[in-house]
Design a protein around this ligand. Sequence first.
Ligand code: NAD
Length: 489
Amino acid sequence: MTQVMPILVGGEWRRGGGDVYASRYPADDSVTAELAAATAADADEAIRVADAAWRRSEWRDLAPHARAAILYRIGALIRERAEELAQLQRRDNGKPIGETRALVASAAGTFQFFAAACETLEETLTPPRGDYLTMSIHEPLGVVAAITPWNSPIASEAQKLAPALAAGNAVVVKPAEVTPLAALELGRICGEAGVPKGVVSVLPGKGSIVGDAIVRHPLVKKVSFTGGTTTGRALAAIAAQKLMPVTLELGGKSPTIVFEDADLDHAVNGVLFGIFSSSGESCIAGARLFVHEAIRAEFLERLLAKAAALRVGDPADPRTQMGPLVTAKHRESIERYVQLGRDEGGRVLAGGERPRGGIYDAGWFYKPTILDGLPNSARVCQEEIFGPVLVALAFRDEEELLAQANDSVYGLAAGIWTRDYKRAWRVARRLEAGTVWINTYKQFSISTPFTGIKQSGLGIEKGRLGILQYKHQKSLYWGLNAQPLPWAD
Ligand code: NAD
């Protein structure tokens, strides 16, 4: 039996109060670490300590440039330990090493970016309408919760932790139960970089236990959540009772659209990258492919040839493009969806099964899968599968395309492939999505805001002003009257 790994509760590294469970490597089901889950009591303690640490003001009232210096140091420590963190995260969720290296680099960049945002954030002197000076300033909220999913650990946590700390809050991080390791290391790095004890806690465990306790806790002043729409909605209902602000980054079923004038070399690669990178376990996966009828046959032929050549396999091999899925249970859910697609009358053009033999038999692998012959109203087109499954659809003209592409409860992202910039502008404006990529897909920059509309989310992450999502606005009036107010004379 391996040693039970400690978790970070209120500034102390100690065993969680809950059941012991294992973080398993999805490529062969071996145990990477054993840890005891955090309980509701651990959450209560972490939140009380965080609130006290926050009120002591050694973090909250630090001058922005001094707080920024610590955030820069967190970024630098992530870079120093990049390879170790990338390997740890590969073990945690089975992503190919090339991807986990990119996520670690992105986490470091996120801390650097919000350090800069912190030390350059300006407050406003507003035009006074009387004998006073008026200012609009922003204050930290207190204890903020960051609840994250399993699909992009460390990057997801950094995306919340960095702006929340930059804003002067204390943060309780609740990583997904199955991918706790990178978040715990990030908590350790925060301490090493100089974040005061107790300001950051990392509480792995079940959402229904520790996540729920965090959301309901009266001292938690905001929840920034990334995860499924059903969970997000339940969380928003609790937040409504508390009148607590939330940021919700939720699911998606994004359309990726290839017009007849597209550069097909670019479009084929972009469509494949959009759905099959991260094994499709991506909220922004381009899961619905709309191809203009005039080029549909040629496009699908090229797509299928390249899909068949994708390298599915060992996540430790830098050439691997698709690793295993995160858990056996998740693979079963994807298999059920592919069967549903067949039952709904779809044809499997590629994949639709597990690869067999060698390494494939030990882990949760699934072949890149392409379905066609289904209408956009089919369940496999309407529901988020969160796996390597692309459904190919067709369109004849722009209006029909827009009606289909927007016929979704989700509104996270979309892709357009065309050489016609006027059409790209027109269609991008009318697509109901938080992000639209034009002649590219799944590219990200921390300096550009990210949001979902419809059932894909509420609130904004990233961007320079992302820091304001973790502050509340306050107005100050400074009286300049030479005489008492002419009222009680
Ligand atoms: P999930 O909703 O099951 O879990 C997300 C997190 O919430 C986990 O940490 C989980 O433990 C916690 N949680 C679960 N129930 C909870 C509760 N009752 N109270 C508090 N916390 C609770 O999602 P998942 O399966 O981990 O992740 C996949 C989903 O995340 C997909 O729907 C995907 O689209 C979405 N996602 C969205 C974005 C985005 O930015 N929009 C990014 C990545 C993933």
